[in-house]
Write a protein of this length. Sequence first.
Length: 384
Amino acid sequence: MTITRDIRYVGVDDHQIDLFEGQYAVPNGISYNAYVILDDKIAVMDTVDAHKKEEYLHNLEDVLQGRAPDYLVISHVEPDHASSLKAFAERYPHAQLVGNAKTFSMLQQYFDVDFSGALVVKEGDKLSLGKHELTFYMAPMVHWPEVMVTYDSCDKVLFSADGFGKFGALDVQEDWDCEARRYYFNIVGKYGGQVQALLKKAAGLDIQVICPLHGPVLSENLGYYVNKYDVWSSYTPETVGVFIAYASLHGNTAEAAQKLAGILREKGCPEVEMIDLARGDFAEAVEGAFEFGKMVLAASSYDGGVMPFMDKLLHHLKAKNYQKRTVALIENGSWAPSAARTMKELLGQMKDITVIEPVVTIRGAVKPGDIEQLEALAQALMQQ
């Protein structure tokens, strides 16, 4: 794949993987992106996951056409990007590794390699390849501490590490927003402040192309993608409507959630999205919680607390820095209902969360009086 006249794509698609980072379902696979800048000197931008190293090295040889690379720039040490480093170094022993101080201290945890000849760069350092000049910018905790991005001033390309990445292999056509959002909030979501700092650095650059380590190269309407990252990293709600997540023991809580969704639609709610936490994609639940400004949590009481799936969601949201949202609660308990109390306690550990009234308490099956409570809750949500 040709990115610009001098920049080539040498990454790979992975359709064998079932869980990214051992936890996120990727039914359409994932791409591990790497690039080559061809100039008087040649820079390779990153490697790929080790189980795809042979395909990567083949792609690299095709692009190099007998030349040897001068540099390997290491944007991110995580194994899905750096675990082919040793194979690269064995194939091209004279290539100089380029990274920051944290890059090489962390690489020593993965490889028994002598890094004494590496080029250690810091914020704002430049590397000339000829007409292409690379400038390095540190991006700590986007989403590991050693991450850096690289700007090529000649072709105005930002090599953005995991920033602007998405789930899905490149040979699959799918909506960017959904899988990029699911990727962002589950992988990077906790670090909104750090992403905002990186966006400020990027704002001072003339960027025409963004080359991430996952997902498609972005070369059109870049303002759209940058705005998405600004919205996501500032924890600003993106979609007007209500997201409903439920965890039901015997189906009654699910029925209440579905009835509430119907009432909201009847009242003209612009968008209502639901997920069954026991059966849906958990990463989509996290994504939905952040996408919408309003969320309803409906759960059965369980062991004096709340259904484990709901407990899991709330702990995930806390870990991902969930904030600036309005949340409504529905609990169910045949005796001593405890779900709402437990959910409130967990929400109370998060920043700028407004729990609205009424809290709906159902005891067993959904009854006419419960419908009245759901009507009142829907009205309160519409007025927020």
